[in-house]
Design a protein around this ligand. Structure first.
Ligand code: BLA
Length: 500
């Protein structure tokens, strides 16, 4: 059978890009047995760069190519890249260990740059970052600085959402390019194994999308009998699907740098160039450092907005607790005094179900609708906290009242006591870079998946969604439940004592 039964995006996530067995063409891969430094594998472009055919190199000691004492067995991975000369050409050698092998990336040394170029800019960069008052300003500043320093045609700050779809949240570009600011891209465009590598290796260039991939010879490591993991090599060849993707986008070269916030891949600095473009090791390090500074600033922004948010809700909760001590009736305390339970979460309505009664506040569905929502949906959830921003997708009956309650947050206090919060529908037009329903098709000629051909803007009206709930809402709700349970328990105890 020639055709797969279905075009399966799972395949994307399974593509083994770490053992691709090929390099990009702007340098040479040389691999040694780490115990004796004999050359075991090399890129077929060795003859082009070194003037020595691969077959002549294989089996020779590394000293045949390099007279460099820094690469003794037991070499230290932290050592800086070294300048070397082979065939009267200068290279920078980046070395690392992969399993039983020492992997050397030979990158030709081109122009000599001012080694302090980046250091000179540092203070300026930090000042600009620290002056930014919002995430938008910060992202936009980062895009501008990156473009100024490295000269790509388009620089974007690309941010992931909870489902790993992404959005271009800042952009700076050549005037002749169409703007992609605000566009979304589906999660499958950057599959998980690629995201995982970014978390580790942070910066990656594709120097020329129109390159011819250079095979490693032999393909299988003679040391381990397995394909060599070259995920750490700066020269690792690119997945053919991604190459096709970039060609379809009209991109000739790219640079991507990871933005990592609290240990998680938050986004990318994504750069495109129409022509080919190579950044040397020192420039890539500068870019990595810039991305790190940006990551730190974003973390600071997020932490401080989280702090002020949590201070606000804490003071509301403390007031609610005070009110519960004052009132005999808990429902009254939560919903009819100065501060109301509604204010605890950002919402437009709320309901308390207490024994058999509903207490409604703000914009809510009707009591009969709530009876059904509680009995036929909320009570069926296994956890005592439940939240969604798209209730009607999970409970079709909620379509009737999606305008007031597309967002639901429910808190179970006990079997006959619940508190619900509602958020209204916010109709949103989301514009994708290309129709996300046509992410891939089966390419008969290549006998593999191909990415979509068109990145033409494709708008979609999202209905039945509210604004998302905040990550702090869960803690707030849990704390409120503790408070209520405590008050109820204290009262019960007092009543029992009074009876005795
Ligand atoms: C990799 N896809 C990537 C990368 C980016 C994108 C940034 C990492 C690039 C790198 O390693 O340098 C996607 N680039 C984008 C997006 C924008 C952009 C969204 O500029 C928006 C402006 N890609 C697909 C499909 C598959 C796929 C359908 O569209 C799978 C079938 C795969 N993308 C894919 C793979 C990689 C990738 C396998 C890793 C490439 C590699 O490291 O070899």
């Amino acid at each position: 059978l020639k055709y797969p039964v279905q075009v399966d995006l799972e395949n994307c996530a399974k593509e083994p890009i770490h053992i691709i067995g090929k390099s990009q063409a702007h340098g040479v891969l040389v691999v040694c047995d780490r115990t004796n430094l004999n050359i075991t594998q090399a890129g077929e472009n060795a003859s082009e760069y070194f003037g020595i055919p691969v077959d002549e190199l294989l089996g020779k000691p590394l000293s045949y190519l390099l007279k460099m004492p820094f690469l003794a067995p037991g070499f230290d991975e932290d050592s800086l890249p070294q300048e070397v000369e082979v065939n009267r050409k200068k290279f920078l050698v980046l070395a690392h260990i992969s399993e039983e092998s020492l992997v050397l990336d030979f990158e030709p040394l081109t122009q000599v740059q001012d080694p302090f170029f980046f250091q000179k800019q540092l203070t300026g960069i930090l000042n600009k970052f620290q002056a930014a008052r919002s995430l938008e300003e910060l992202s936009s500043e980062a895009a501008k600085l990156t473009r100024k320093m490295f000269g790509y045609d388009r620089v974007m700050i690309y941010r992931f959402d909870e489902e790993w779809n992404g959005e271009v949240i800042a952009e700076t570009k050549n005037d002749d390019l169409e703007s992609w600011l605000g566009l979304r891209y589906p999660a499958t465009d950057i599959p998980q194994q690629s995201r995982k590598m970014f978390l580790k290796h942070r910066v990656r260039i594709i120097a020329n999308v129109y390159y011819t991939p250079v095979p490693l010879k032999p393909e299988i490591s003679p040391v381990t009998g397995k394909p060599l993991d070259i995920s750490r090599s700066s020269l690792r060849a690119v997945s053919p699907i991604h190459i096709e993707y970039l060609k379809n986008m009209g991109v000739g070269a790219s640079l991507s740098a990871a933005i990592v916030v609290k240990g998680k891949l938050w986004g990318l600095i994504a750069c495109h160039h129409q022509a080919e473009k190579y950044l040397d090791f020192y420039q890539r390090e500068s870019c990595r450092f810039l991305a790190q500074m940006l990551s730190t600033e974003i973390t600071l922004h997020e932490t401080s907005s989280l702090l002020s948010h949590s201070e606000q809700t804490e003071s509301i909760r403390r007031q609610l607790v005070a009110q519960m001590k004052y009132h005999d009736n808990i429902v009254e305390a939560l919903s009819r005094d100065t501060v109301q339970f509604l204010e605890l979460l950002n919402c437009s309505g709320g309901a308390i179900f207490y024994i058999n009664e509903w207490e409604l506040n703000g914009q809510t569905p009707g009591k009969e609708q709530l009876d059904s929502l509680l009995n036929n949906f909320i009570k069926k959830q296994s956890k005592s906290l439940f939240w969604t921003r798209n209730l009607s997708a999970l409970f079709p009956e909620a379509e009737e009242y999606k305008k007031t309650a597309s967002g639901l947050f429910s808190l179970k206090i006990s079997d006959n006591k619940y508190i619900l919060w509602f958020k209204p529908e916010v109709v949103q037009v989301v514009t994708w870079g290309g129709n996300p329903q046509n992410k891939v098709f089966y390419n008969e000629e290549e006998q593999r998946l191909s990415p979509r051909k068109s990145f033409e803007k494709w708008s979609e009206k999202l209905t039945g969604f509210s604004e998302p709930w905040h990550e702090l809402d869960r803690n707030t709700a849990r704390a409120l439940r503790e408070n209520i349970s405590h008050v109820l328990l204290t009262r019960q105890r007092r009543e029992i004592e009074a009876l005795n």
